[in-house]
Structures are given as C-alpha cells and as structure tokens.
Design a protein around this ligand. Structure first.
Ligand code: ADE
Length: 492
C-alpha cells in the first residue's frame, strides 16, 4: 500500500514513520510512504503558501493553488493521467474512471475508528492532506477531498501527527505488516470489547503476582477469564461500547435457538463484525461491517417488512434472508428478481481434522505431495477463469490481496483453490478439471476448516441448492447442514 502525505513539514512525517513495525514494512516494500512538500508547488516568488482569510479573523490560511498542484502531481503519478478535479476523480489511459482516495485530517472531520482503518487498508494508494495555520481554502478541499477525518476532539497545531496516526493504524491492517497476522484482527474494538489485561515475566513483580489462571495451562479457563476481564474493563471504561456489546450478546442468545441456520449471523457477532441495524425479540437485522451485507431473520412477514424498512434501496445492496417468506418482500423492496438459495453447513467440533495423506504446507513440503499455500496476485486471472460462481474479478483480486485465498499445488501447478468470503464463510472451492478425483477438494476444505479453528472461528460454508457434490464433501468432513435454507437477494 502507498501513502502520499501532502504537508508543509515533510521531515517531521518521514522521521516519524521510519522506525519500528511501520519502518520495517516500508523497508520490505509492503508499504511505501512519501511526504510531498506542498511548498515545492507554490507559484509565489518567495515560496509563500498562506494568506489572510477573506472576511477577517485570526491567523492565515493555506492557499488553494499550491495544495491543488501538489495533489494533482501525486494523483497523476498514481493514475497515470491528468486529474480532473471534483472528488478526486481521474481518467486512466484506458478510459476507466478512478477516484484518488484523499483524506483531509481536520478536527472538523468524522471521528477515526478501527473500522475506518480496516476500510482504508483496502486502498492501493491513500493521499493524506495535512493542514496548518488556520486551515485550507475551502475551494480546493471541495475539489480534491473524499474523506474528512478527525483523530479526536482536540486541536493540534497541524495535521502531521493526525496523518501519522492514520498511517500507523491503517498500515497494521495491511496483510504482512504485522508478524502475527491474527493480532491485527483480534484486539480492542474488533469485538466491541476492549482488550483484556496481559502479563509477562517475572511471575512476581513488586509483590504483584500474575493471575493464577494464566499459569494453569487450561485454555478454556484462560479464555473465560480473559472474556470476563475484557467485559469488566469495557463496562468501566467505555460504557457506550459495552451497551452495544450487551445488545449483540442478547441477539446471539436468540440466534442460538436455531444455531445451524443462524451461524453466519452469530459468527459476525463473535468476530466483532456485526453492526446492529434493528432488533426486536427474534426479529433481527445485522450488517457486516466489512462487506456491508445485511443479514435478516424474522418471525413473520410483517416483522420482516419492518426490518426491510431500515435497509436502503440502493443498487449494491445485498441481503441474506433466513426465512423464505422474506424473499418476496425483500425482492420488492430492492426492485430485483435476483435470488440464490443456499444450504448452510457448520463444523461444530473444536478439534482440527487430520491432514495425513491429504496435503502439506510449505514448511513440511514433501516430494509428490499436494502443497497448500496462500495465493499471490499472479493467480487472480486463473482463479477467476476457473471459479464457476465468480462474478466480479475485483472481488477475487481483493480476497487474494487480503491473504484469504489458498491454492493446492501439484508438482508446482495450481490444481485447485478455496478461500474465505468477506462476510466470513468458507467458499470459492474449485478443483481444476484435470485434477478432479484426487481428493484435492477434500484437502482444501480440510485446510480451511483447520485454519478457521486456529483463528478461534467456527468453520461454516454455504452450498448453492442442487450442488450435491459439494454437499457430500462437506458432510463427509463432519459438517452439519441446517434444515432450513438461507436466501441471497439483491446484488448477487
Ligand atoms: N488537525 C488538527 N487537529 C486535528 C485533529 N484533532 N484531528 C485531525 N487533524 C487535526
């Protein structure tokens, strides 16, 4: 990922960003951070970039021209075409329109959150504009800025520290930046709970002992203790977050009454991705913070209609319905006739599956064995060409970039692939025709199940109605099918 920081103090930014984890990631080429000196773009003979505000008032304003020219130079480099102004849209050489994501850091912005960090990490390039003095001429902001972001309700002397905060938080969500990939996903704010307290050696420091449970080696007890601590800490320090958490826990309990049918919704809550849109008893609507997909369950068509009222009628909206009677009203609501029926399957045990004779991983590679490893961007076209249900190539590219697609290789050749969908299910399983009948599907599915278990997730997947081969494979691995179906409606 590339960060382009427009600033009057490039040294301050570069000095701050080239140490520790972010510095290492930049050295490895995972991140690129450049600070562009806005002053280099002034047309003023004395290199002036500021002037008095019209209408009077304290201090000086940064002028539009140098900011716009600095931004245009960066946008042109990113897109290989001349920037056209308004909302940072540019036309590429091939005629494709693309927006340059441009953040202006300002106390007048939207408060920065972990969810925003995650979302921004999906960009290839991010421009961050730092203001100074009393701000920047509004006309250039209207022309180039796509997002106004504040890092808190206080005023800094300039935007540089705020830009560095954003670069840091976004960078750690970029695959490969953190050495332990999971740690970027499982910390404060991800599950509506603050993180539990942690302890390291020595066991006793200044008379204070590490809690016994952490030395017990009992994984279940440790997990329970950590959850209780996280709950207590959140209740005391962030009652606003705790109220959300409590509501979602109530939903989780209700959804658990039909566990297999609702596993997709429950897992959104467990993984901290669920945003509560509406809940009234057993009538629940959740939105996945990552994919934007809405998940609905209702007791009656009337209750379903009430839930649908809270969903925007926009072109890209996608719904997962848990009762067939919701399909008609939902299709009417969105003005679509697109519907796909699926069976939900869940691996309910905690023990990993045996991989003996199925595959090995890079560390344990053996001659002639099937090797499973993460797929790189060079496989995007092959995956797209072979994945029967592929809709949007950009989705496949995004899944690969996020490190969520895995390939099975036979003698160095791609034989099949599988991955995890944005909302959290296992899917995209495909074995290339010439490799069928060699247990490669079973190997990939086993790999995905074990990976989910390692991350503390419940493995589940959805199989399109009528795909008997996949149903048999899932059931042979011990997954249980829900009796009722789920229905995808909208931008499938
Ligand atoms: N610039 C000055 N203060 C700021 C803040 N709180 N957040 C973002 N940018 C700023």
């Amino acid at each position: 990922m590339n960060f382009h920081i427009l600033t009057l103090f490039p040294d301050m930014v570069m000095r701050g960003m080239h140490t520790s984890i972010i510095g290492n990631a930049a050295e490895k080429g995972i991140l690129e951070i450049e600070a562009v000196d806005i002053r280099d773009y002034t047309k003023d003979r004395r290199r002036k970039v500021d002037d008095y505000p019209y209408g009077g008032g304290a201090g000086m304003l940064m002028q539009a021209q140098p900011v716009y020219d600095a931004w245009s130079a960066v946008a042109e480099r990113i897109l290989g075409a001349a920037a056209e102004g308004a909302t940072g849209e540019c036309t590429r050489e091939n005629g494709e329109k693309r927006r340059v994501r441009t953040v202006y850091v300002t106390p007048q912005g939207v408060p920065f959150t972990q969810a925003m960090a995650k979302e921004l990490a999906a960009e290839e390039d991010l421009v961050i504009l730092c203001g100074h003095y009393e701000g920047i001429d509004e006309r250039v902001l209207a022309e180039i800025v796509t997002d106004y972001i504040s890092i808190g309700d206080y005023v800094l002397t300039g935007g540089e520290l705020a830009a560095m905060v954003i670069v840091d938080a976004v960078s750690r969500m970029v695959p490969g930046v953190l050495s332990n990939e999971i740690s970027g996903e499982s910390e404060s704010f991800e599950g509506h709970l603050l993180e539990y307290p942690q302890y390291s050696r020595p066991e006793c420091w200044m008379g204070k002992r590490v809690p016994d449970v952490l030395l017990s080696g009992n994984r279940k007890k440790i997990r329970e203790w950590r959850t209780a601590q996280a709950e207590q800490r959140t209740r005391e320090r962030r009652p606003d977050l705790y109220r959300q958490y409590e509501k979602l826990q109530q939903c989780r309990e209700i959804l658990g009454r039909k566990k297999l049918l609702h596993i997709d919704m429950t897992e959104l809550i467990v993984r901290g991705k669920a945003r509560l849109v509406a809940a009234d008893g057993a009538n629940i609507c959740l939105r996945d913070a990552d994919s934007g997909i809405y998940f609905l369950t209702a007791e009656s068509p009337e209750a379903g209609r009430t839930l649908l009222d809270g969903i925007p009628r926009e072109p890209g909206v996608l719904l997962v319905l848990h009762q067939e009677f919701l399909c008609g009203p939902a299709m009417e609501h969105l003005g679509t006739n697109k519907r796909m029926d699926c069976c939900q399957l869940v691996y309910t045990r905690r023990e990993k599956l045996s991989v003996a004779g199925l595959y090995c991983e890079e560390q344990t590679a053996q001659d002639g064995a099937i090797l499973i490893r993460k797929l790189g961007p060079e496989y995007a076209d092959t995956v797209f060409a072979h994945y029967e249900m592929a809709g949007d190539p950009a989705y496949i590219r995004e899944r690969i970039a996020k490190g969520c697609m895995f390939g099975a290789f036979s003698d160095g050749e791609l034989a099949g692939f599988a991955g995890s969908h944005t909302e959290g299910s296992i899917g995209m399983l495909e074995v290339l025709p010439e490799y069928r009948g060699r247990k490669i599907g079973k190997a990939l599915e086993t790999y995905m199940i074990n990976r989910f278990l390692e991350q503390g997730y419940t493995p589940y997947g959805q199989v399109k109605a009528g795909n008997e081969i996949s149903m048999r494979l899932q059931e042979s691995l011990g997954l249980y099918a829900a009796k009722e179906m789920v229905y995808w409606v909208g931008a499938i």
